[in-house]
Design a protein around this ligand. Structure first.
Ligand code: FAD
Length: 425
């Protein structure tokens, strides 16, 4: 028998976080600053992502400000947006104006995810107790005799195998979470939206909108917002399953349909949209994992609950999840008790928030993408005027921006530069 192709290594840590998205990186930083050793495993070797969401709500901005990374991440390149507008035949049907909120987070930010993730990683990098395993995927969870999760096996390109022994494993590996699947937890996928989304960007110097605009056009809606640097990001929301039929007409047909919905950008579409390969079709669904916690195991962010892109809530929720999970983990490790009963405090606080977002997104999808008779049009117009003009509308805007209450990072748990903090036995 020849030599094993595997290079084996073992890492001992307090918390293994799987997935360096917004949830995994923010949680890692909070734990490291609290003196907890963290190993963070990420399957990619870089943060170049083409079509991950980038609109950041004030609630997420607040969490990043508490961590001191918002300004630095924005300085890498971001766009400020005043709010959401829904337009029908160029008439403003709904105006959600974030400038009504208290400063300084009285705006949306289009912050490219690589800028956010690189800044969070840069903050984690120098902290004692941090191990970053990029290019590593989770392959198996390990369990003790009592069934408690005790770590995981990670592999890199079939050449390196790392056994991580940890008091807690956190699945922050997104909507198709492998950690969740390995733990045998049902994803709870639900087809609650009747739309698919096709995404692309166009260079558009001097054509900034200053807002996220949703243009209603027949059975479709097209979302447009500024993105760094000097581009427009466009999300074409189509009735579920209709893309193949449209794509069969080739790029000329697609361009024609888009130009009809967005006549003001017809020139940019004709100049820059030259191939179907410029477009990415995204699978839009909601999911709600059967449980978010086990003995020695937690799921957060998209791994626990997935939402549609409408209303830009996923990053917000992921960052807020991290801020709520942080004290639960610090205290559980200090008490050497990582049983499910203790970790479930996180789920009890966050599940109702995630459920509420799904409910609101379903109403938004029906109200603004759905078709209907004159009654539906009347109800839409009434609801829009309440949100646009009244004090109740200001409260609704705040709810969309922050959730029920703003979430703050428990910075009093931070310990200056401690390498070995609370640890489970
Ligand atoms: C088209 C689209 C547009 C969106 N627009 C917005 C928006 O504008 N605003 C907003 O707030 N939200 C938006 N969202 C949602 C948002 O992107 C997610 O909710 C958010 O990124 C979730 O963060 P997360 O950290 O939980 O997961 P993710 O960002 O998905 O991060 C998971 C990480 O885990 C890694 N990973 C996956 N599998 C493994 C494995 N087996 N081993 C190791 N690592 C693994 C991945 O590479 C990734 O880095 C959008 C989503 C889509 C699909």
């Amino acid at each position: 028998m020849g030599p094993s192709p595997w290079q084996d290594a073992t890492v001992h840590t307090d918390v293994l976080v799987v997935g360096a998205g917004p949830a995994g990186l923010a949680l890692s930083l909070m734990l490291l600053r609290s003196g907890v050793r963290v190993t963070l495993a990420e399957r990619s070797s870089c943060f170049r992502r083409d079509f991950y969401g980038e609109i950041l709500q004030p609630g997420g901005q607040l969490v990043l400000d508490d961590l001191g990374v918002l300004e630095k991440a924005s300085a890498r390149g971001a766009r400020t947006l005043d709010g959401f507008q829904v337009l029908g035949r160029e008439k403003v049907l709904l105006d959600i104006d974030y400038r009504r909120l208290p400063a300084p987070h009285n705006r949306l930010l289009a912050l490219p995810q690589p800028h956010l993730l690189e800044e969070l990683l840069a903050a984690c990098g120098p902290l004692p107790g941090f191990t970053y395993l990029d290019g590593h995927r989770i392959n198996a969870l390990t369990e003790g005799d009592d069934g408690r999760v005790t770590g995981a096996v990670l592999t890199r390109l079939g050449t390196r195998r790392v056994r991580v022994r940890a008091s807690v494993v956190v699945g922050a590996d997104g909507r198709f979470s492998k950690t969740r699947a390995l733990a045998g937890i049902d994803a709870g996928r639900r087809e609650v939206f009747d739309q698919d989304v096709v995404w692309f960007t166009l260079p558009a110097p001097g054509r900034a909108t200053g807002r996220v605009r949703i243009h209603r056009a027949g059975k479709a809606a097209v979302l447009v917002h500024d993105t760094h640097p000097d581009r427009l990001r466009i999300g074409w929301t189509l009735p579920h399953g209709s893309w193949n039929q449209l794509a069969a007409h080739g790029i000329d047909g697609v361009r024609r349909d888009l130009a009809a919905a967005l006549p003001q950008y017809a020139d940019l579409l004709h100049e820059h949209l030259t191939s179907l390969s410029d477009l990415s079709l995204l699978d839009v669904f909601a999911a709600d994992a059967a449980t978010w916690t086990g003995d020695g195991l937690v799921l957060l962010g998209d791994a626990a609950h997935t939402h549609g892109p409408l209303g830009a809530q996923g990053i917000n929720l992921a960052l807020q999840d991290a801020a709520v999970l942080h004290p639960v983990l610090v205290e559980a490790l200090a008490a050497s008790d990582v049983r499910r009963e203790r970790l479930a405090a996180f789920e009890a606080e966050r599940r109702p928030v995630a459920d509420a977002v799904t409910r609101i997104q379903r109403v938004q999808a029906m109200a603004f993408f759905g078709v209907g008779g004159p009654l539906a049009e009347f109800v839409r117009a009434r609801a829009a005027s309440v949100v646009t003009r009244t004090p109740a509308g200001a409260r609704i805007t705040s709810r969309i921006a922050y959730g029920r209450t703003p979430v703050r990072v428990r910075t009093e748990l931070f310990t200056a530069g401690a390498a070995h903090g609370p640890r489970a036995a």
